[in-house]
Design a protein around this ligand. Structure first.
Ligand SMILES: C[S@@+](CC[C@H](N)C(=O)[O-])C[C@H]1O[C@@H](n2cnc3c(N)ncnc32)[C@H](O)[C@@H]1O
Length: 279
């Protein structure tokens, strides 16, 4: 039977800056569902490399609308998906019904996973756990719920390529981050991944894949991202209210950055896939 479990999180404004950061993330990502058409082929790339077998327990962390979770469930894995954003989990449930698979969904935070130690054979995250503000906390939780010998696999954006450069650009237009909050694109650097995973894993290996995003113009690509990508939605919201001229400069810089990766009406977004075995 399909289980639809929800762990209630406190939605009221908080004095804790980290809680406010996560509340802003939750709000920003609420409009991400249309981008699942871009992350669906990437989900197949991640799942193919991680290679879950039927009956294995798989956790998809920061699952969004469930593209990785559902791809793994179609192979017969017993899958759980967890995400911060209820609107995306609603779409994930709809996707589950359409695909005719069984998945357990949780609203929650990757920095505080509501699962027992060693509960999963495989922990996956596609462009997801990278948004947790404290990488060391997120990865410790992901490794805690993974059994010894289990597989960890995740996709992330390299700092020097399209989306990584857009993260860095957005960072220059946003207020300075809270102390200890680390930008997501560092997860796209194999040296940083190696250091963060340390001796908790063996057989760490890296691979590259490409997401090809249709766009009728650079402006179309920017307009789509302004409506769907959490951090960009928040940036545009804030500059619209405080500094419209700066927003225009951001928009021109955005288009100039993406231009380096735009050809034949396609934006080429290369990314990193990291795979390892827990020891
Ligand atoms: C770029 S989307 C990726 C979604 C999905 N994995 C995919 O590939 O389509 C980033 C996701 O991270 C989730 N997220 C951000 N911070 C999180 C946190 N601290 N804990 C759990 N999920 C988080 C967002 O709600 C959003 O669904």
């Amino acid at each position: 039977m399909m289980q639809n479990q929800t762990i209630k999180s406190d939605q009221s404004p908080s004095a804790d800056p980290l809680a406010r950061f996560k509340a802003a993330q939750r709000e920003g990502w609420a409009h991400f569902a249309p981008l699942e058409s871009m992350t669906t082929p990437a989900a197949a790339e991640l799942v193919r490399r991680a290679n879950p077998s039927a009956g294995q327990r798989v956790l998809d962390v920061a699952c969004g609308t469930g593209v990785v979770a559902i791809t793994a469930a179609r192979l017969g894995a017993r899958v759980t998906g967890l995400d911060l954003t209820p609107e995306l989990l609603a779409r994930a449930r709809e996707n589950t019904r359409i695909a005719g698979v069984e998945i357990e969904w949780h609203q929650g935070d990757v920095e505080q996973l509501p699962f027992a130690d060693g509960a999963y054979d495989m922990v996956l995250s596609q462009f997801g756990h990278i948004f947790a503000p404290r990488p060391e906390v997120a990865i410790a939780e992901m490794l805690r719920v993974l059994k010894l010998g289990g597989t960890l696999a995740f996709s992330s954006w390299p700092p020097e390529l399209c989306i990584g450069r857009l993260f860095a650009l957005s960072g220059r237009y946003l207020p300075p981050p809270l102390p200890g909050v680390v930008p997501p694109h560092l997860w796209g650097d194999p040296n940083v991944v190696r250091e963060r995973l340390g001796n908790a894993v063996k057989d760490l290996r890296f691979d590259r894949a490409t997401m090809r995003v249709s766009a009728l113009s650079l402006q179309h690509n920017r307009a789509m991202m302004e409506k769907t990508a959490g951090p960009i939605i928040k940036l545009v919201e804030s500059l619209t209210a405080t500094d419209p001229a700066k927003l225009e400069t951001f928009r021109r810089e955005y288009e100039a950055t993406v231009a380096d990766f735009f050809q034949d009406n396609v934006v080429r977004q290369d990314y990193l896939i990291s795979l390892a075995t827990k020891v």
